[in-house]
Design a protein around this ligand. Structure first.
Ligand code: BES
Ligand code: MN
Ligand code: ZN
Length: 501
């Protein structure tokens, strides 16, 4: 897994997915009693009922120290010897859930971030299923301790090397299954984060295709990559049009996972390796530093695929990742150009910065040709989605309410928030073109909706849901399961969706 251009002075041993190295060396185990040689030990405490005896203080004393065990609160208690004790609140027992435990684990991870070896005990998980609890604790701890480490020799933060989990008095094999599912989901999200955090010069569409091939070999899925000639053969005029201004070749990356059942889930991801806007050049404001993450949708899908086998998905899942950068140059596509999508639909380009929908249209048509039960696409598609819902909630659109409900349920299970917006078809005429079948630009308002309506024009009535993750692909700060930078949003959601499909 490496990039090859010597002129970029990228070392031959550059690891584009350093989290795999981190997770490979990390020891996560389920125990009855946490070891005495750990650096820090966390105990999850509800805001009422008995305080676990091991803490050595009663509720009165804790509350005098300012700790009332509300959700996400922490209290660090140094010990004369042995591990530092970290109390972490989980709030009211009747509100306890996987999400609350995941957040509590993340709060613990931040309070104990100077320790390489930690343990976390949840003495009382109420009605939460023990496997779900173990999964949530694993995810919360590891996702909060994530750092992008590929490009600096020295790190301020200590890397986590060992995590012990003690979950109530539940049966060890159940908790063990949750730990394993947690690790697979952490891998999904951190692979997605690593890829989105990678600088654009270190990760071209070709590089991503090579990485996908290696991940497929390691994690049990098939990968087929399509270069420029193959894309011409397929008639993918959207991906080729957006790529026209680039010095780098495009790639379409096809992923296939065989679950064995006769259900078929298709995924399509936006893989804009860097979005300059093209001839409709973006201004150089700091926001556009984020445009290396314009492949966050493709990264989320690729990350999710690394978990499908390990969590035992039985559905067949197939994905199309549409990868290129969007650059201005003498050969770039122009405003007024007409591109021909796979399947023959012609598209007038009114803005080259609305490139995401152009690469997605080819992927959506190819997905319909596979004859799936549903198509879910994920794309950093519009600034309007970020404006409307901010960095915590993705915009969800669908032509099929049962599918939208499934996506919402997956989103709730993983705390990757999504909110459904109406697919207002009255706005469709904003996309009319005088010279082609459709144009790629709507009016001034409801930009996330007009983008979704554009995509809908290519799904041939197949049940389809669209996640616009322009807001959620990155986080300005550390926040619950998110680490500052790329969030990996969608990776776990898609795993959950595939599991429940
Ligand atoms: N990649 C951007 C959307 C984006 C914006 C993602 C901010 C993350 C943060 C997308 O390609 C884009 O440029 N969209 C335009 C569409 C417009 C020209 C219709 C936008 O939202 O401004
Ligand atoms: Mn753009
Ligand atoms: Zn874009």
């Amino acid at each position: 897994m490496q990039t090859h251009d010597p002129a970029k002075l990228i070392p031959a041993d550059f690891a584009p997915v350093p989290s795999l190295v981190w997770l490979g060396a990390l020891d996560v185990s389920v125990v009855d009693d946490l070891s005495a040689d750990l650096g820090a030990v966390g105990i999850v405490v509800a805001d009422s009922g008995d305080v676990p005896e091991a803490i050595g203080f009663d509720r009165e004393a804790l509350s005098r120290a300012g700790f009332s065990a509300e959700k996400g609160a922490t209290l660090v208690l140094p010990q004369p010897s042995g591990p530092t004790l970290v109390l972490v609140g989980s709030g009211p027992t009747d509100e306890l859930s996987g999400a609350v435990l995941r957040d509590a684990a993340a709060a613990f991870a931040r309070a104990s971030s100077s320790f390489a070896e930690v343990g976390l005990r949840a003495p009382d998980i109420g009605d939460v299923d023990p496997a779900a609890a173990a999964q949530a604790l694993t995810e919360g701890t590891l996702l909060a301790r994530y750092r992008y480490r590929a490009l600096r020799a020295e790190h301020k933060e200590t890397a986590l090397t060992r995590l012990e989990l003690a979950v109530s008095d539940a049966d060890t094999s159940t908790v063990e299954a949750g730990r394993a599912a947690g690790l697979a989901n952490v891998r999904a999200a951190t692979v997605a984060r690593d890829l989105a955090n990678t600088p654009p010069g270190h990760l071209t569409a070709q590089n991503l295709a090579e990485i996908a091939v290696e991940l497929g070999e390691s994690f049990g899925f098939e990968v087929e990559t399509f270069d420029r000639d193959a894309l011409i053969e397929l008639g993918c005029g959207g991906l080729l049009g957006v790529n026209a201004g680039s010095a780098e070749e495009p790639r379409m990356i096809r992923l296939r996972y065989s679950g064995g059942s006769d259900r078929k889930l298709a995924l399509v991801g936006k893989g804009i390796m860097y979005d300059s806007g093209g001839i409709s050049l973006k201004p150089s404001d700091p926001m556009h530093l984020l445009m290396k993450m314009d492949m966050g949708g493709a990264a989320a899908i690729l990350g999710a695929f690394t978990a499908l086998r390990d969590v035992g998905v039985t559905t067949d899942v197939s994905a199309w990742l549409m990868c290129t950068d969007n650059m201005p140059s003498g050969s770039a596509y122009k405003l007024g150009d007409v591109l021909t999508a796979r399947g023959g639909t012609t598209v007038e380009v009114k803005n080259t910065d609305a490139e995401g929908r152009l690469v997605m249209m080819d992927g959506l048509v190819l997905a319909t040709e596979w004859d799936p039960d549903a198509i879910v696409d994920i794309a950093t598609l519009t600034g309007a989605a970020l404006m409307a819902l901010g960095p915590l909630t993705a915009a969800l659109f669908s032509n099929d309410q049962p599918l939208a409900d499934r996506v919402r349920a997956a989103s709730e299970a993983t705390s990757e928030q999504a909110w459904q917006l109406p697919l207002e078809r009255a706005y469709r005429k904003q996309l009319d073109s005088d010279i082609a079948d459709i144009s790629n630009l709507g009016g001034a308002f409801a930009g996330a909706t007009t983008a979704a309506l554009f995509l809908e024009a290519f799904v041939s009535g197949v049940p389809w849901a669209h996640l616009d993750i322009a807001g959620t692909m990155q986080s300005p700060t550390d926040d619950s399961w998110r680490a500052a930078g790329a969030t990996g949003y969608g990776a776990r959601l898609l795993v959950r969706l595939a599991e429940s499909f």
